[in-house]
Design a protein around this ligand. Sequence first.
Ligand SMILES: Nc1ncnc2c1ncn2[C@@H]1O[C@H](COP(=O)(O)OP(=O)(O)OP(=O)(O)O)[C@@H](O)[C@H]1O
Ligand SMILES: CC(C)(CO)[C@@H](O)C(=O)[O-]
Ligand code: BAL
Length: 282
Amino acid sequence: MNTPIVRPLAELRDKVRDWKCRGETIGVVPTMGALHEGHLSLVRAAKAACDRVIVTLFVNPRQFNNAEDFAKYPRTEHADAALLGPLGVDLLFVPDGNEVYPPEHATVISVSGVTGPLEGAHRPGHFDGVATVVTLLFNMTQADRAFFGEKDWQQLQLVRRLALDLKLPIEIVPCPCVRAPDGLALSSRNQRLTPEGRSRAAALPRTLFDAARRIEAGEPAAGTLTAARAELEAAGIGPVEYLELRDGETLQAPQRGRPARLLVAAWLDGVRLIDNVAVVLP
Ligand SMILES: Nc1ncnc2c1ncn2[C@@H]1O[C@H](COP(=O)(O)OP(=O)(O)OP(=O)(O)O)[C@@H](O)[C@H]1O
Ligand SMILES: CC(C)(CO)[C@@H](O)C(=O)[O-]
Ligand code: BAL
């Protein structure tokens, strides 16, 4: 059976009220749909940790800094509901854009620091859109736990910061990145790669992991990253928007003794791919 789709906020609130009255815990998995195994791994983690699970599907216009990207974003709502049914998801919340952002909506949530570099620098306004919609989704679902993928590493750090700063009564649960057998991180946007582009895309994680291991082995990061950029471009992946070593939590300069992260964004076939990997600094 497909997971039931709920659209009006009032209907969601009725369900949530019933569950809370019975003392049941609620997990939320926020998504933009076009679900794949990466999303389903978040759903399984939510099912294991919570009595009730809500998946949200909202292609949030406010986080797209590129109108074409918004227009082309895959929309597969009924297939999504069919994938979630066997996993025992209680409901798929698909709010109407006008209910999320009525014309008089005037509030923007903006998290500084962690959102400054990388995605923040290359996608102006993106993280304000994410922070605003995530706050709305948390308030609408009243969830006790929210599940986010490490594939979107900077987004995960933003959400953690947001929940701490606003003292939101919700636990943010990170979930590991799910990859295809050739290493490419699963992503809804991968559907837009040509077959030839899809086979070239494996060079992205390969180069990223290789650079991380070289830095861990003591190679100077600057030279390693310059060589890695050249390798990506030679493999037909580019332009490379960023390939940078950062502190894993603050996304500022990396510091010895703290977990670091190597993060990349690069274009292939007109599709923007992102990835990241942990680095233990020598
Ligand atoms: N491969 C993956 N492994 C683990 N989590 C993932 C993966 N892909 C997406 N997620 C997580 O699923 C949630 C919803 O992401 P979203 O709907 O944007 O999917 P996506 O595949 O990342 O799409 P996009 O093409 O926008 O990158 C986010 O928390 C995201 O980090
Ligand atoms: C968290 C999110 C659902 C907010 O729109 C989105 O940024 C995503 O899918 O990662
Ligand atoms: N998965 C992150 C949301 C976005 O790229 O807009």
